[in-house]
Every structure is written in structure tokens, then in C-alpha cells.
Design a protein around this ligand. Structure first.
Ligand SMILES: Nc1ncnc2c1ncn2[C@@H]1O[C@H](COP(=O)(O)OP(=O)(O)OP(=O)(O)O)[C@@H](O)[C@H]1O
Ligand SMILES: [Mg+2]
Length: 243
């Protein structure tokens, strides 16, 4: 299955050339009962608009923790983390939620769709509380995005009736519903066979190239490391740039 061409949009002017995300010596430590886990150790990196970054590393090396910080889901214990020039630790809960909702799309290994809802409904549901303020028709937008990820919106099935690869396409379309400037994808092909995985990675590539969306892709599959413009590896909380 090939995806339909994606519409071309301009880079967000206020971020063009400036880092979308900046980490400087970011440390994240989990304090558990009786022991301490240093999940991130002085991680420094920048993500520019339109970057496509792949991150690899063994289980427990800190990849998801790093994505959770980038996605404003958790805060560092030390160091500087900026998203579009703002430090999320200084924001209220509402401001943080708005920043996340307006800028970030998430795709996980487990797609986390509502199984009994159709693809269109799964895309629309996160924005239903905000429907009054939307400048677009939510259902039309959902159908358009499904088309972009290679699914036929006229054959709108419930999530549980779809294959794993099709469900992951729906999850990618859902991540795009609010025109994010960055997609954070945590092992999105982890549960898929090779051919299906290739198709999913092609969709990310196409989104990056034609919509100018930055992508951060955590993957164990070394075949996908060269797909982006920068490649990082994590080991025991320490990040290094391979290219
Ligand atoms: N909420 C948490 N509370 C306590 N420790 C945590 C928490 N989240 C992660 N950790 C620990 O932090 C370390 C890094 O975990 P993380 O999930 O970031 O690794 P990962 O590289 O994503 O691994 P995987 O490839 O298995 O998904 C691990 O030792 C993990 O046990
Ligand atoms: Mg992980």
C-alpha cells in the first residue's frame, strides 16, 4: 500500500533556524524505594525544525525517558530543557498542556487506539473538547489524514477490525490531527513485521519531507538508522551522536 502525497506547508516562521528542542546537560533520576535510577546523565542535544532523528540503544538506556521529557510529560531533575525557547518547568499545568497539544504528536509501540471506535472517530476524539475553537472541520480533517497515511476513509472500520500495521497508520494520522511541529515516535514498528515496518517508516519520511514536521524516532532496527539526517545512540543514560 502506498500513501497519497502529503500537502506542502511552510516551516513555522518563529522557529525557522532556531532549535525546536534544546537540552543542555539534562539529568533525570528516578528515586525509588531504597534505590536510585539515573535514567539520563547530562544529555545535551538540539532538534531543529525539519530534523528527522533516530535514537537507538539497549533496553533501559533511557530512550523513553528522553522522549517523555521532549513531550513535556515529565521534567528533568537538572539541566536546561527548552521547547520552542520556553522552559516547561516555568509553565502552569494549563500552559504546558496547551504547548503540548499545539505542537507535539505522539506515536507509541502500542498504538493505544480505542478498539470500538472507527478510525475517523479515533482521530477526532482528542479534539472534541476543543471543537468550538477549531478552524477546520474535524471529520473532514480526519478523513484527509487517513488518506495521507494510505488508508481509505470510505472504508472506515473500527480499530479492532484492522491489522496491526493499519492501526499504526491510524495512530500516525491521529498524531497529525493538530498539525504538530514534531512527532515523537517510541518504537512504532516494535510489534510489526518487516514489510509492514518499512511502510510505516516510509510514512514518517513522507511526513517529514512534505509537511516539514520534525520526527524523533526511537527504533531498535539498525536498518532504519540512516533514514533521518541525524542518528543518536543511548547507553546507560548517556547519549552520543553517531552522525
Ligand atoms: N517512572 C519510572 N520510575 C522509576 N524508574 C523508571 C521509570 N521510568 C523508567 N525508569 C527506569 O529508568 C531507566 C530508563 O528507562 P527507559 O524506559 O527510559 O528505557 P528505554 O531505553 O526506553 O528502554 P526500552 O527499550 O526497554 O523501552 C530504566 O532503568 C527504568 O527502569
Ligand atoms: Mg522505552
Amino acid at each position: 500500500m502506498t500513501s497519497a502525497p502529503l500537502s506542502v506547508s511552510e516551516p513555522i516562521p518563529e522557529t525557522a533556524g532556531h532549535p525546536l528542542i534544546r537540552l543542555e546537560e539534562v539529568t533525570k533520576t528516578y528515586f525509588m524505594r531504597g534505590y536510585v535510577v539515573k535514567a539520563l546523565k547530562k544529555v545535551s542535544m538540539e532538534i531543529l525544525p525539519e530534523d528527522f532523528i533516530t535514537i537507538s540503544g539497549p533496553s533501559g538506556s533511557g530512550k523513553s525517558t528522553l522522549l517523555n521529557i521532549m513531550g513535556l510529560l515529565t521534567d528533568p531533575n537538572a539541566g536546561i530543557f527548552e521547547f520552542k525557547g520556553q522552559e516547561p518547568v516555568t509553565l502552569s499545568d494549563n500552559e504546558r498542556t496547551d504547548l503540548r497539544r499545539n505542537n507535539i504528536g505522539f506515536v507509541f509501540q502500542m498504538h493505544r487506539l480505542f478498539p470500538n471506535l472507527t478510525a475517523v472517530e479515533n482521530l477526532a476524539i482528542p479534539l472534541i473538547p476543543y471543537m468550538k475553537g477549531l478552524e477546520f472541520n474535524l471529520i473532514d480533517k480526519a478523513r484527509e489524514l487517513l488518506n495521507k497515511v494510505g488508508l481509505d476513509p470510505n472504508k472506515d472500520r473500527r480499530a479492532f477490525e484492522m491489522s496491526g500495521g493499519e492501526q499504526q497508520r491510524v495512530a500516525i494520522a491521529r498524531a497529525l490531527i493538530n498539525d504538530p511541529c514534531i512527532i515523537l515516535a517510541d518504537e512504532p514498528t516494535g510489534n510489526l513485521d518487516e514489510v509492514t515496518s518499512d511502510g510505516i517508516i516510509e510514512i514518517f519520511k513522507s511526513i517529514n519531507e512534505s509537511m516539514h514536521t520534525s520526527i524523533v524516532l526511537v527504533t531498535h532496527n539498525s536498518k532504519f538508522f540512516p533514514i533521518g539526517n541525524k542518528t543518536y545512540h543511548m547507553e546507560n543514560g548517556v547519549i552520543s551522536q553517531l552522525r
